[in-house]
Design a protein around this ligand. Structure first.
Ligand SMILES: Cc1cc2nc3c(=O)[nH]c(=O)nc-3n(C[C@H](O)[C@H](O)[C@H](O)COP(=O)(O)OP(=O)(O)OC[C@H]3O[C@@H](n4cnc5c(N)ncnc54)[C@H](O)[C@@H]3O)c2cc1C
Length: 428
């Protein structure tokens, strides 16, 4: 690893000339949390975090930026300040994986060797998959809360629209935070309702999915809001093209009989959630499984073939909701399993698929969908205190005031509040 250290200036001298005990690829929600959780348990081991970006983003906050609740700046911090003490930050992107040789290749031309690898690159937002979209984003009424720079434009459009057609889209699954396409819409509808514009603005929701939400227990509450805001709900309707200048969105609709039809819709505001896929560097690597995601055991999050490789967060090929809430539970599990691997011990902890999606149905109220593998409801608080199947003010309070603190000062720092790793074989 001497060569690597020489070409990666951010490496500390303690790690020079060594193979890293742990290499974490991706310094987002999952990478930082896992590295912190590992180092909290065992200082003195060598940990490298490979992350090209100088900024870290609190993406769950972008919904509230688009809803006029948070300032954009509240969702961004310097990556450097978030790297846990004891870890080396390699500011580069992983460009290739050679798991048989325990090697990761980097965009700076060097390679880095590991004893244990943690893959946490997140997913790729495929804006270019929709012809016409990229060139009109941020203009012509076309926006998306899925980008830091565009979320303020969502709120600007909501504030300035007085009448016309507002169209919101959701691509095929899997996507990160499957509720976020709806959240943007409900907050916009609520703002228009408060300004007395509900009758002037026609709202439609085009989702490529066959249902409004993947877990049936949460659908009745959401349908109430679809009715309240008079939203035209178009299921199995996928955005295929955008003409920004003419303000026309094209959809492929699948009918009851499976027949496909192309439908054009005029818009004054278009909120797009792009198709999402595994990053190319992962899907083209030996680590990839179904759909290009990292093939891991859903419980231990260890790779199904390479015993010294783990993956968590959005890039993992698991069926949980791709959310930061899932990461919060996964990170401690991966941390203890990584340390067990370093010690040549069997896996110690397992993950049950917990994820959470706080659906902002109106300003001040949230339907808090918490569920694990198979859509099993997994409320954190007793239902007498917070029933996630109903809109509650308490869930909004958690989203606006508690979750950001839990994120920045809890999970990213390895403080595992109420998420102790579950020991394999013990009752939950
Ligand atoms: C609009 C929106 C709303 C959301 N709302 C919620 C919510 O309310 N609740 C919730 O729990 N979750 C929510 N999420 C989802 C949540 O943000 C993600 O699930 C979470 O960030 C996943 O963490 P991650 O580390 O896997 O990915 P990310 O946080 O995206 O981090 C991935 C990191 O990997 C880096 N990277 C990429 N490629 C490479 C490479 N080749 N080499 C090295 N590094 C690389 C990236 O630069 C990035 O820093 C929302 C997301 C969005 C976009």
């Amino acid at each position: 690893m001497t060569d690597t250290a020489a070409s990666a200036p951010s490496l500390s001298s303690s790690a020079r000339g060594l193979t890293y005990d742990v290499v974490v690829v991706g310094g987002g929600a999952a990478g930082l949390s896992t590295a912190s959780s590992i180092l909290k348990r065992r200082g003195g081991i060598t940990v490298a975090i490979i992350e090209p970006s100088g900024s870290h983003f609190y993406q769950p906050g972008w919904t509230l930026v688009g809803g006029g609740v948070f300032k954009q700046s509240q969702t961004r911090r310097s990556e450097k300040k978030l790297i846990p003490a004891g870890a080396d930050w390699v500011q580069a992107a992983a460009t290739g994986f050679e798991p048989d040789a325990n090697l990761v290749h980097l965009s700076n031309g060097s390679s880095i060797r590991y004893n244990v690898l943690v893959v946490a690159t997140g997913l790729t937002l495929d804006w270019d998959a929709i012809p016409g979209l990229t060139e009109t984003l941020g203009r012509n009424g076309v926006t998306s809360n899925y980008r830091y720079d565009l979320a303020p434009y969502t709120w600007q459009l909501v504030q300035t629209l007085g009448r016309g057609n507002a169209v919101f889209t959701q691509p095929p699954m899997p996507i990160k935070c499957a509720g976020a396409p709806q959240k943007a819409m409900y907050l916009a509808c609520d703002a228009w309702r408060r300004r007395g514009l509900a009758d002037n603005i026609h709202v439609s929701f085009h989702t490529a999915t066959p249902g409004l939400f993947g877990v049936k227990e949460f659908v009745p509450a959401l349908m109430e809001y679809i009715k309240r805001y008079n939203i035209d709900l178009e299921l199995k309707s996928r955005l295929t093209k955008v003409d920004g200048a003419s303000r026309i969105a094209t959809f492929e609709n699948v009918g009851e009989d499976g027949a496909k039809a192309t439908v054009e819709t005029e818009f004054d505001m278009l909120h797009v959630v792009p198709p999402q896929r595994a990053p190319e560097v992962i899907s083209s690597s030996p680590l990839a499984g179904d759909g290009g995601w990292v093939a891991v055991d859903p419980a231990t999050l260890r790779h199904v073939k390479y015993e010294n490789v783990f993956a968590l967060g959005d890039v993992a090929g698991t069926s949980n909701a791709k959310t930061a809430a899932a990461v919060r539970v996964q990170a401690p599990v991966v941390a203890v399993n990584v340390l067990a691997t370093l010690d040549h011990r069997p896996m110690v902890a397992d993950y049950d698929g917990y994820g959470a999606c706080p659906l902002t149905v109106e300003r001040g109220k949230i339907v808090l969908a918490e569920f694990g593998y198979g859509g099993k409801l997994e409320p954190t608080l007793p239902t007498w205190l917070l029933d996630g199947r109903k809109p509650t003010q308490l869930a909004w309070f958690l989203k606006e005031w508690v979750m950001p603190v839990l994120y920045w000062d809890g999970m990213l720092k390895g403080r595992e509040l109420m998420v102790a790793p579950h020991k394999i074989g013990t009752p939950r």
